[in-house]
Design a protein around this ligand. Structure first.
Ligand SMILES: CC(C)(COP(=O)(O)OP(=O)(O)OC[C@H]1O[C@@H](n2cnc3c(N)ncnc32)[C@H](O)[C@@H]1OP(=O)(O)O)[C@@H](O)C(=O)NCCC(=O)NCCS
Length: 175
């Protein structure tokens, strides 16, 4: 199979940092995704995944046996505890090959069948981030709205689009 998702390992720190240390990758991500991105930043993220395994879950994306990026989900809290926010990034050398579209499809299937208990997957995206919007729409995420000027990045405000996809098969019985 050309594309595989696998759990992250400690040994991923160097290749993760090598892929992530790119201003093009960071451009439309939250500021907590550092730039420059060092192996120590990968360590911190791997620590976080270990400590908050009930909240955050990530998979390394492999394409043609090469590690190319990462896809993740983060559970919300309180009344939103069955919501998960999706995030993804791949190295810029691998853009435009359909990798993230395929990875997101596989990740949604995996999550919807797993014990992670997610009813609703959400993603937010800069309104001008066309390739990410396309990735979401191709995977059945519906646009639910626009948060006008919600984002502040690169010295200016941006509109943020909200996308969601519902898990139709969970829970099997209401509780
Ligand atoms: C956004 C990102 C994940 C896309 O990954 P990718 O593997 O290149 O995406 P894919 O190749 O699966 O699909 C991209 C789609 O966008 C389309 N696309 C790309 N640039 C486009 C543009 N400028 N205008 C319109 N469509 C565009 C492609 O044609 C493709 O759609 P298609 O399959 O219908 O032709 C990748 O660029 C990335 O990692 N960026 C940095 C991190 C990031 O921004 N993450 C998302 C935060 S919300």
């Amino acid at each position: 199979m050309a594309l595989q998702l696998r759990p992250p390992q400690r040994a991923d720190r160097e290749p993760l940092a090598a892929l992530a240390n790119d201003s093009r990758v960071a451009a439309y991500l939250r500021d907590r995704f550092p730039h420059p991105y060092r192996p120590e930043d990968a360590d911190q993220y791997l620590d976080y995944l270990e400590e908050y395994a009930d909240v955050a879950l990530a998979r390394i994306i492999h394409w043609q046996d090469t590690m190319v990026g990462l896809i993740s989900v983060e559970r919300s809290t309180d009344l939103y505890r069955f919501n998960g926010e999706i995030g993804y990034w791949i190295g810029s050398a691998f853009w435009g090959k359909g990798i993230t579209s395929t990875a997101l499809g596989q990740f949604c299937t995996f999550l919807f069948e797993s014990d992670f208990m997610i009813k609703r997957l959400e993603a937010t995206v800069f309104e001008q981030h066309t390739s990410s919007i396309r990735v979401l729409e191709k995977n059945g995420f519906q646009r639910e709205g626009c948060r006008t000027k919600a984002l502040y990045k690169h010295g200016r405000f941006h509109d943020e689009l909200l996308y969601a996809r519902i898990n139709p098969n969970w829970p099997k019985q209401s509780f």
